[in-house]
Ligand binder design. Structure first.
Ligand code: ADP
Ligand code: ZN
Length: 531
């Protein structure tokens, strides 16, 4: 149903009612759609679930010609197209999963002007043959989905996206709309530059997801903690549990199933059939839990995901926001829950150090991780910190729906504890020329004569046993926070602890170190004696 250019508002609204069956536009949708229908370029930032698809689908229906949608989500194209066809929209796709005949048919439909929407993988646009095909048909607009993939600074860079800047040169009269759910101001800027859209209008929806409750708990026995969380708050609910490794995905899914919670694994190591089966069960059934690596979730549209749990630390705030954003798309109360501990910090720092990227890549990865750690360690409102990260002004009085607002964490003056921990690292380094990981440092502080302490004569160090006032868990918390604050660093494949430039000021007593109290204090106390 192609209409004349400059369609009036009633035409877009009619398409919304007639084709999609919705009553009204949401948020910025209407403004975006009017702008694109009138032929303008647009950069659209909307959180996951915000309703980005309609922003290009409706203009594609209203403007004459085919809307060409560039999307990296090849696995979902078939589903997206099927869903549109079921609504009576003339949609097709072209990607590497098709055979020759299927592709020929879509090409013919496009050339005959029989498609409202054509989905393409970005790599197609590197082929002269595809560009040639496009120039032989009539295009109503280009939609560039997941536009943050063009950003080399982002967490999901795809080189094929860089070639998309040529769309504007080759089709100067066709409006372009770039859409993403994950963008800081810097990424936003980069999208505009790299896609060469200097005159685009920018539409930024609020990143706040008020119905999601954010909680980050200290990690002790993560599987058990997860089980308790699910039993107490989300019995029978559908949700996603993210783990870093395939192995922990498998183990966690087994553990939940054994304990009466229906859970299936999802990771890139499973064959395509199993993955597809688990994904469609998740979409169709009520109350299924998917335990997954980050391979799961992009583009998944299930409105009633009641929780997203992280058993391992995401690599960036963008990743965290995108993953947690899969909860509560229906607007009902939902939980973003994460267990986080010292080993997460060490593991991620080690991963960055041993990565194959160059120095600039590592520095960027480090910066991403630091922002994530700051979110974990903050004593302020988590939502406020998230919104500030995305360039939005948070409510200064807090959100009332995150763990730090609901139970404000206590802070304590950790200056002396920090000095003790740092001195231990210094002693080992200066007196012995040795570097050790967190376990050994904590054993020395606590005065534990373990095999490894005896082996290295560490009970002879002057710092041996100077930290008996804190428990093991508390010391791990101190070290984790020192790492997060950049007062300690991790080195090498064994994750040994070393000082940073900033550590000096603490050792020289030139600065204080406020620390967050670990909420659940282990009951064991070693205090009493000073032997
Ligand atoms: P995004 O791509 O931003 O993550 P989608 O475009 O997939 O979001 O939309 C999320 C959900 O909201 C979908 O189920 C969609 O059908 C629904 N939706 C979008 N716009 C509207 C609207 N105006 N009224 C009702 N539902 C809408
Ligand atoms: Zn809050």
């Amino acid at each position: 149903p192609a209409g004349p250019l400059g369609a009036d508002a009633s035409e877009t609204l009619a398409a919304l009612h007639r084709v999609f069956g919705y009553d009204a536009f949401r948020g910025e949708q209407e403004a975006v759609i009017d702008h694109v229908v009138a032929g303008g370029d647009a950069v659209v930032l909307m959180p996951t679930g915000g309703g980005k698809s309609l922003c290009y689908q409706i203009p594609s229906l209203v403007r004459p010609g085919t809307g060409v949608v560039v999307s990296p989500l090849i696995a979902l194209m078939q589903d997206q197209v099927d869903a549109l066809r079921a609504l009576g929209v003339r949609a097709g796709f072209m990607n590497s999963t098709q055979d020759f005949d299927e592709r020929r048919m879509v090409e013919a439909e496009f050339l005959a002007g029989e498609l409202d929407l054509l989905y393409l993988a970005p790599e197609r646009l590197r082929l002269e043959s595809s560009l040639d095909l496009l120039s032989r048909g009539k295009i109503s607009l280009f939609a560039i989905d997941e536009a943050h993939c063009v950003s080399q600074w982002g967490h999901d860079f795809r080189p094929d996206y860089l070639a998309l800047s040529l769309l504007g040169e080759r089709w100067p009269d066709v409006p372009r709309i770039a859409l993403t759910a994950t963008a800081t101001r810097a990424t936003h800027q980069e999208i505009t530059e790299r896609l060469n859209m200097p005159t685009a209008r920018h539409f930024v929806a609020s990143f706040d997801r008020p119905n999601i409750q954010y909680r980050i708990v200290p990690k002790a026995d993560p599987k058990k903690q997860l089980l308790n969380f699910l039993r107490e708050e989300h019995a029978g609910d559908a949700g996603i549990v993210y783990c870093l490794s395939r192995n922990s995905v498998e183990k966690t899914a087994e553990f939940l199933s054994r304990n009466g919670i229906e859970a299936v694994p999802y990771h890139a190591g499973l064959d395509a059939g199993t993955r597809a089966a688990h994904q469609s069960r998740f979409l169709r059934e009520d109350g299924l839990v998917v335990v997954a690596t980050i391979a799961f979730g992009m583009g998944i549209d299930k409105p009633d995901v009641r929780f997203v749990a992280h058993l391992d630390l995401p690599k960036s705030v963008e990743g965290y926001y995108q993953e947690t954003g899969r909860a509560g798309r229906d607007g009902l109360p939902s939980t973003a829950w994460m267990a986080y501990g010292l080993n997460d910090v060490i593991q991620q720092r080690k991963l960055i150090q041993s990565s194959e990227g160059d120095e600039a890549f590592r520095r960027r990865a480090q910066a991403h991780l630091d922002s994530m750690l700051a979110l974990c360690e903050t004593a302020q409102c988590r939502r406020g910190q998230l919104l500030a990260y995305f360039g939005q002004d948070p409510d200064p009085s807090g959100c009332g729906n995150c763990d730090t607002c609901l139970t404000p964490p206590e802070t304590w003056d950790g200056t002396i504890a920090a000095q003790k921990a740092l001195s231990t690292v210094v002693r080992l380094q200066r007196e012995r020329g040795q570097k050790f990981g967190a376990v050994q440092i904590v054993d020395i502080l606590l005065g534990k004569r373990t095999g490894k302490v005896i082996q290295f004569d560490h009970d002879q160090l002057s710092v041996f046993g100077i930290g008996e006032e804190l428990t093991e868990g508390e010391w791990r918390g101190v070290i984790r926070q020192l790492l997060a604050q950049g007062l300690l660093a991790v080195e090498g494949e064994y994750g040994t602890l070393v000082l940073t430039e900033a550590s000096g000021a603490v050792l020289r007593r030139e600065r204080d170190v406020p620390l967050r109290k670990e909420p659940k204090k282990p009951v064991t106390s070693r205090s009493g004696s000073s032997s």
